[in-house]
Design a protein around this ligand. Structure first.
Ligand code: ACO
Length: 349
């Protein structure tokens, strides 16, 4: 069976930089607190209505498609991973299909939060391997900033997340041994509420200017449940940070080892590990546990915060742009997040 290669990568982040000191103006926090606990110095926040998950996904996709040397017309399957879709439904995949004037191809949305990109990669891989599709566009995009609680109550969550998008084009590998070697997916719903949001709180998308709400209702954009019928807190993400931390540092190394063992490799064989950018402390813990050198792990959460489904393709793009991923390299992608869900992919570049 043919293996699947990553033929092109792209990313997009909003121009609006929000530093830790900016956040300290609106809530009781500090640059020192955020830096020490998360490693984050700044993140990007989208411009409402102009930079939605779908719109940013399009911008990242255009770069990935160009880098793959194809056109949007060549794409035969869209996989879109996001926890912050423009609409509660339909998903972002069809919005991207429309904005990019693509053919009437299949579009699938994935709701697996921080592991969304790995789940998407695994799904895309199956379709390419079997020969069903030849050019799959996989997008991870998030707009967190519209839906965070910027009061002191939500500060443990709101300082962590940022907005952005990343995309890859997947094709049948052209060389023997090249491409995705294996993917490994897991979940355990016992942790479902530990990092969760009960109701949709994102309303980014509004393609018709006349439909822009004059005074957006807060909680945003829920068609079915009016704010007076539900607790306001249910529209904000909730996180028990310490529980997430403990589970993440257990599952990240486990799922990376699973990918290595499945292919007969050891941690030291990895040329580049791109962990989901959850928290710099989590990445450092994983690096230490696997005894990897600094040059074997790529992190950019310092500049973008945690962009959930977008974080791996954004980091992959920057690592590749900086020449840190070269042909023949063994690249490992791994994620852990809400669900709980976790997963990994091992790729011969
Ligand atoms: N600024 C200042 N103080 C804060 C902030 C803030 N932004 N947030 C919380 N605090 C305060 C709390 O109120 C508490 O004060 P108290 O002791 O007076 O009650 C104190 O800091 C400690 O609070 P904790 O929530 O226990 O803080 P902790 O040390 O656990 O750090 C953090 C919180 C950074 C979220 C940490 O638990 C963590 O990193 N968890 C991992 C979660 C994570 O990475 N999530 C990413 C998303 S999930 C994913 O992508 C895998």
């Amino acid at each position: 069976m043919t293996q699947t290669k990553i033929a092109g990568i792209g990313m997009y982040v909003p121009a609006n930089v929000v530093t830790n000191n900016d956040l300290a103006q609106v809530m009781d926090t500090s640059d020192a607190w955020i830096l020490e606990r998360t490693g984050i110095t700044q993140r990007r926040y989208a411009t409402r209505f102009e930079e939605t998950s779908a719109i940013m996904g399009v911008k990242a996709a255009k770069i990935a498609i160009e880098n793959a040397g194809i056109t949007a017309q060549d794409i035969d399957f869209i996989v879109f991973a996001t926890l912050s879709p423009d609409y509660y439904f339909p998903g972002c995949g069809v919005l991207l299909q429309r904005m990019m004037n693509m053919k009437e191809i299949a579009a699938l949305d994935i709701r697996n939060q921080c592991t969304g990109f790995i789940y998407g990669l695994s799904i895309a891989d199956q379709f390419v391997k079997t020969g069903m599709y030849k050019n799959v566009l996989l997008v991870g995009a998030e707009v967190h900033s519209y839906g965070l609680d910027f009061s002191n109550k939500g500060r443990n969550v709101s300082v962590i997340f940022g907005d952005g998008a990343g995309a890859v084009v997947l094709q049948p590998a052209s060389k023997q041994g090249q491409g995705i070697l294996s993917t490994h997916l897991h979940s355990n719903g016992n942790g479902a509420e530990v990092l969760s949001m009960i109701n949709p709180g994102f309303h980014g998308g509004c393609y018709n200017a006349e439909k822009k709400p004059q005074q957006p209702a807060k909680p945003y954009g829920n068609m079915f449940i009016t704010p007076d019928r539900i607790r306001q807190d249910d529209f904000y993400p909730f996180m028990d940070g310490q529980s997430v931390f403990k589970k993440a540092v257990e599952k990240f190394p486990e799922v990376i080892q699973e990918a290595l063992q499945a292919n007969g490799y050891k941690a030291n064989d990895i040329n580049m590990l791109i962990p989901h950018q959850a928290n710099l402390r989590i990445s450092q813990f994983v690096q230490h546990k696997l005894q990897l050198r600094d040059d074997q792990v790529y992190n950019n959460i310092q500049r973008y915060g945690n962009t959930t489904a977008a974080s791996i393709p954004i980091a992959l793009y920057e690592a590749w742009q900086e020449g840190k991923i070269k042909e023949g390299n063994l690249v490992c992608l791994a994620a852990f997040g809400s669900g709980y869900t976790w997963g990994s992919a091992l790729i011969r570049w």
